[in-house]
Design a protein around this ligand. Structure first.
Ligand code: NAP
Length: 327
């Protein structure tokens, strides 16, 4: 699979990576064996970038990745983790002592001396404007605890503030055919500054696969049940912040735009991969079949211009007004 450099980190990632929130099994059931098979299938399909977080399964996702990579010393996979969400979300918690403690735990879980890429995990907005925070992150790198750092953000404004910091290597942001605002300013700014873009929630939590109906019932412990209106964390993380019923209707229209040989999910991934400035896309996969199909999108032919135009028209007509004022 093609690889691209993650901005200032100088490290390389496959254009399609793997999101591993699912492997923490915070929501839905993915047992240990299935989780290892998802990682194995992704790696065998050419994926060289895994995104995880200390909070996914309270460390289970990191530990599963470590266990997989221990058994496959032949593989070179870049692992990006995140920190900051195991404590109360107040700026006062974003200090060097906490960073060191959080990093110690991630390094233990991942079984490494140095984390490849550590990302602040959607911190409160004032954190982005704090020189002390970024000095502390520089210290983590100077101490050899992390090769590079980035931020995972909720809004375009947060992304632009982070990109202006000199040593931020990457910005992780929601970008998909139902979340286009980052194309306007964030991607150009990232390109200009040499900051990598990690596109998350690329399938709008699965909506863009076109497989759900208005009657689909998600498990009680699935955020697609309990966070539809932002009850537990930012609403934008669930279905990209799109109202479910109208999202299902828009997803049916989106699915009809898939060229022959593409599934709707692959159309969404391909659309993202082809945006100038994107480094890697990290679909979450609950099964090996999903991991394989998602990786395969990297090898599909480029999309025709009329498909880009039709996706834009759909977004403008059905989605833009729901999301652009918030994120
Ligand atoms: N704040 C943050 O930094 C943050 C927040 C959210 C996510 N993330 C990262 O981004 C990654 C991706 O986000 P996400 O997993 O929430 O959303 P996503 O990638 O948009 O959607 C994942 C869901 O899509 C469905 N799916 C996946 N591949 C499919 C395929 N080939 N065909 C049909 N359906 C498919 C599955 O749904 P079913 O389960 O219904 O099968 C899967 O659970 C996460 O794993 C995590 O690493 C970071």
């Amino acid at each position: 699979m093609d690889e691209r450099v993650i901005g200032r980190s100088g490290q390389w990632a496959s254009v399609i990576g793997l999101g591993t929130w699912q492997l923490g099994a915070d929501w839905g059931d993915v047992d240990d064996k299935e989780a290892l098979t998802v990682l194995e299938t992704a790696a065998e399909s050419g994926v060289t970038f895994f995104d995880t977080a200390d909070v996914y399964g309270d460390g289970r996702s990191e530990e599963t990745i470590a266990s997989f990579l221990r058994g496959r010393p032949d593989l070179h996979v870049l692992v990006a983790t995140k920190m900051g969400r195991r404590v109360e979300q107040i700026p006062q918690n974003y200090v060097l002592d906490n960073f060191r403690a959080w990093n110690d735990r991630s390094r233990r879980n991942l079984g490494v001396d140095r984390v490849d890429l550590v990302q602040l995990h959607c911190p409160p907005t004032p954190v982005y404007s704090s020189d002390e925070v970024f000095d502390a992150l520089d210290t983590l790198v100077a101490e050899g605890r992390a090769a590079a750092y980035g931020v995972s953000v909720e809004t375009c404004a947060q992304a632009l503030t982070a990109i202006a910091r000199p040593n931020v290597a990457s910005v992780q942001i929601i970008l998909n055919p139902f979340r286009m605002k980052p194309l306007r300013e964030v991607l150009p700014a990232a390109r200009e500054a040499g900051v990598g873009i990690i596109a998350r929630v690329p399938l709008a939590s699965g909506l863009l696969s076109g497989k759900y109906t208005k009657d689909t019932v998600f498990a009680a412990d699935d955020h697609r049940t309990f966070n539809r209106h932002g009850e537990a964390f930012d609403q934008g993380e669930t279905f990209s912040g799109v109202d479910y019923d109208s999202g299902v209707e828009a997803a049916a229209e989106f699915a009809a735009l898939a060229p022959e040989g593409y599934t709707p999910a692959q159309l969404a991934l391909r659309w993202i991969v082809e945006q100038d400035g994107v480094t890697t896309v990290i679909p979450g996969a609950r099964s090996p079949e999903q991991a394989r199909a998602n990786a395969a999108a990297a090898k599909l032919p480029p999309l025709p211009a009329h498909t880009f135009a039709a996706i834009r028209e759909l977004y403008d007509r059905r989605i833009r007004d729901q999301v652009e004022h918030r994120w």
